[in-house]
Design a protein around this ligand. Structure first.
Ligand code: NAX
Length: 327
């Protein structure tokens, strides 16, 4: 059989971690023939909860699960890691300013970037930042890991992408797999731009199925942008199982490819389409041979350009707010 791969997960005993660990251990992320070792990082105060989660993982008797590391030390949790899912982050507390939130997370992701640089497997590593503000946290982690290719870092907009697919499939009364060439641009925040300009359903322009432009502008786009808040309003808790599912999709597709289809990933910007270079910016990507490529050659109309600029500006302002903390 295959040698086990090492998968580090931070915030492992939190809401998303609790969904994620079991799906990774059951083979949903890396395949039903790929053994894994889970390397869990938590805050010291959550180590007891993590122990309970680890006991439950044992109790599943997953054939692919070859070990569980439990640590509050990032250098230990990231030791030899082939994958790192950075889920744990500082949540916004009451009265906290945006700048304070960015700074608190800059602290966490600086430490974790340095630890990845020191102990992870630099030649195989794939990093997905889920903890918010995810794009800027990815930037901070990558900048603190000078010996790791910045293309090995990414942030999650796959949940936004999947939310968009679900809304479109319900409106057009088709299967999510019939929908192609849809993407999310920019930040994982309310400024993200879910773009249907190139989208096709069963190979034909989406306008054949959804001709109502007002629905796209006034319903679809805000619904996808505000979905996180709608889940909190309904459930009293933020998205967790769907976030974990999107993280699984992201890592699986990055590793095994998308068969020529688009997905959305926030990746190191090379300046494509005018996004600021070096930001972690969500683009349409195609994954193959274990790598992603930003889809090139698309034409952004006036409406799309305006929305693109808003989310680009927001990411620049997030970066500027923590610029003094970057190495
Ligand atoms: P929880 O508060 O349930 O869990 C977070 C866990 O992280 C806690 O157990 C905490 O002890 C741990 N933690 C905090 N700081 C840590 C550190 N420095 N090292 C290790 N562990 C640490 O939050 P949960 O609902 O799981 O959400 C986690 C993060 O995902 C949040 O930042 C949230 O905003 C973000 N999300 C991002 C999404 C995306 O699409 N990119 C969607 C879902 C989610 O809202």
């Amino acid at each position: 059989g295959k040698a086990p791969l090492r998968v580090a997960i931070t915030g492992a005993s939190g809401q998303i971690g609790y969904q994620l660990l079991f799906r990774i251990a059951s083979g949903d992320m890396l395949g039903k023939d790929q053994p894994v070792i889970l390397q869990c990082l938590e805050l010291p105060g959550a180590m007891n909860a993590l122990k309970g989660v680890s006991m439950e993982l044992d109790d599943c008797a997953f054939p692919l699960l070859k070990g569980i590391v439990q640590s509050d030390n990032p250098e230990v949790a990231f030791e030899g890691a082939d994958y790192a899912l950075l889920v744990g982050a500082k949540p916004r507390s009451k009265g906290m300013e945006r700048g304070d939130l960015l700074a608190a997370n800059a602290q966490i992701f600086s430490v974790q970037g340095k630890a990845l640089d020191k102990t992870a497997n630099r030649d195989t590593l794939r990093v997905l930042v889920v903890g918010n503000p995810a794009n800027t946290n990815a930037l901070i982690a990558a900048r603190n890991a000078p010996n790791i290719d910045p293309k090995r870092f990414s942030a999650m907009t796959r949940l936004d992408h999947n939310r968009g697919l679900a809304q479109l499939s319900q409106k057009a009364n088709c299967s999510v797999t019939d929908i192609t060439d849809f993407c999310i641009w920019g930040n994982h925040s309310a400024t993200q731009y879910p773009d249907i300009t190139s989208t096709k359903i069963s190979g034909k322009s989406i306008s054949n199925y959804i001709s109502d432009n007002a629905w796209i502008k006034d319903n679809f786009i805000p619904t996808v942008q505000q979905r996180g808040a709608a889940i909190i309003a309904a459930r009293g808790l933020s998205s967790a199982a769907s976030a974990a599912s999107a993280a699984i999709d992201h890592m699986r597709d990055w590793t095994y490819g998308t068969n020529g289809q688009w997905t959305s990933m926030a990746v190191f910007s090379d300046g494509s389409y005018g996004a600021d270079k070096g930001l972690y910016f969500s683009y349409p990507v195609i994954c193959k041979n274990g790598q992603y490529e930003i889809v090139q050659g698309l034409k952004l109309d006036q409406f799309s350009k305006e929305r693109f600029d808003v989310t680009n500006k927001e990411l620049i302002s997030e970066r500027d707010a923590i610029a003094h903390l970057l190495p």
